[in-house]
Design a protein around this ligand. Structure first.
Ligand code: SF4
Ligand code: SF4
Length: 475
């Protein structure tokens, strides 16, 4: 039956994807294992990033996790700074800054993120694919193995592979969860009986199955169909963006290599450097032919660069028939130069980063609100002073308990009395109190008296808050 289904026609590559036949059925990709300098560098970068992912929950800055997205508690930590729901505007600005950074980065470096740093690529190519290669062999052997009849040995290998896939997915799901609930809560869950927190158990099982499904079955389809970044490529890239590109001016016309043939002889015969060996297609994890030009499916993994470089080395031709280059670089032989769009994105990114840095530097770790009690007016105090009732709220964003004191800075004869004495703001918590602020009647002008209140943390003034006392319109 399958032999009757027309396979992928690479000449018609814009109208179909290489991972589905004309009837929409999945064509499984068996990429050859890449080898070469880019694959080596990518392996190092991947281990570094996986190491950071593994170490992340242990890293604390001043007692605060490096990264924490505790959605149920509505508490977020970023590089040692705790953010609360009232800091939402900072998050919005941060997201906008990251978005502009991605746009700029893509305009200059193409999809370098996808090939070098995206968790999907790192887990797929550097973890799951390596496990698969170790158990079932390189791409062509896997193809033959899958086509072979079921034997006890095949069942054992498949069981082993999928068992390890499930185990890795379970570990990854657990470790990812520590970024959402914190290491301590995760440990409390994992060291207890599984049914103490059924919700957490179900979430972990679902995430494990999701990871397993993506890396065992869905694979490159996640990049092609789900990830919006790949889809946005066509609007983010231009002719000056650095991409993994085939040098068609050097490579075309393609022609098989005859033993002993020199480059010059090929040139004279009107043949370029591409010997049409197909190795760049064989190693591609998304199954495309880079020689067709920039395609949405290309995740810039550089496997085809390594493959083609190895062919060029064998033929003693210069490397770089497939390389990082812009389309203009290849068409005109012009070196990379930033264009107006890139300059504009850079200015925008610098402006946003400046604003964000300013907000973060001047941001209070302890936020104090002093607001008049709703519905209250002034009252005559014993001794003839006019008093106002205020509500005081102190939000402590640090992991330490902080004593907070309020003192009148001006006018000097006003007085502030905190109900219950000095406030102690609990770690990552809220302290509330009431305060009566009073001043001599003669100080009020047209029923108003501006006052300044110093906020003191550990005896040191950190802020001055301004507010108004209301009093009688006539003294
Ligand atoms: S690996 Fe290089 S030489 Fe071989 S088909 Fe691809 S581009 Fe041509
Ligand atoms: S075309 Fe090359 S860079 Fe793009 S996904 Fe395939 S192997 Fe990776």
């Amino acid at each position: 039956m399958s032999s009757a289904i027309p396979a992928v026609d690479y000449g018609d590559f814009r109208n179909q994807i290489p991972t589905a036949d004309r009837l929409g059925r999945r064509i499984w990709i068996y990429p050859r294992k890449p080898a070469g300098r880019f694959y080596r560098w990518r392996t190092w970068v991947s281990w570094l990033l996986l190491g950071i992912f593994a170490a992340g929950p242990f890293i604390r800055i001043d007692g605060v996790p490096l990264l924490l997205f505790d959605i149920p508690e509505r508490k977020f930590a970023l590089f040692g700074q705790i953010f609360w729901p009232q800091d939402l505007y900072i998050f919005a600005l941060l997201l906008l800054t990251i978005f502009v950074m991605i746009v700029l980065f893509t305009a200059v470096f193409g999809r370098i993120w996808c090939g070098w740093a995206c968790p999907q690529t790192i887990f797929m190519e550097m973890v799951f694919r390596k496990i698969e290669h170790a158990i079932e062999g390189d791409g062509p052997r896997q193809r033959a193995f899958d086509a072979s009849p079921w034997t006890p040995q095949k069942i054992a290998k498949k069981t082993l592979k999928h068992g390890i896939f499930l185990l890795v997915s379970w570990v990854a799901a657990n470790w990812l969860s520590t970024y959402f609930v914190g290491l301590d809560d995760w440990w409390a869950f994992i060291s207890g009986t599984p049914f103490q927190q059924p919700g957490a158990l179900i979430a972990l099982i679902l995430f494990t199955l999701l990871f397993y499904g993506i890396f065992a079955r869905f694979r490159e389809q996640a990049c092609t169909f789900i990830c919006p970044y790949g889809r946005l490529q066509s609007v983010l890239l231009d002719n000056d963006s650095l991409i993994v590109a085939y040098d068609h001016r050097r490579g075309e016309a393609r022609g098989r290599f005859s033993k002993g043939q020199t480059r010059e002889q090929r040139r004279e015969a009107g043949i370029g450097d591409c010997i049409d060996c197909g190795l760049c297609v064989d190693v591609c994890p998304t199954g495309i032919d880079i020689r067709n030009g920039l395609q949405m499916e290309c995740v810039h993994c550089t496997a085809c660069i390594d493959a083609c470089d190895s062919v060029m080395d064998r033929l003693r031709f210069p490397r770089g028939l497939i390389r990082y280059a812009s389309q203009r670089n290849i068409a005109e032989g012009r070196p990379f130069r930033p264009n107006a769009r890139m300059a504009l994105y850079t200015i925008l990114l610098l402006a946003l980063t400046g604003v964000l840095a300013g907000i973060l530097i001047t941001r209070d770790n302890v936020e104090t609100q002093i607001l008049r009690a709703p519905g209250s007016m002034f009252q005559e105090m014993p001794g003839g002073e006019i008093g106002n009732l205020f509500l005081v709220k102190v939000v402590n964003k640090t992991p330490r308990e902080i004593p907070v004191d309020l003192r009148i800075e001006s006018p000097p004869d006003a007085r502030l009395t905190l109900a219950g004495g000095a406030l102690v703001a609990p770690r990552e918590g809220l302290a509330q109190s009431a305060a009566v602020i009073s001043a001599p009647r003669g100080r009020f002008i047209d029923g108003n008296l501006p006052i300044e209140i110093g906020v003191y943390e550990n005896g040191e003034r950190v802020r001055v808050r301004k507010t108004n006392l209301v009093g009688p319109a006539t003294p």
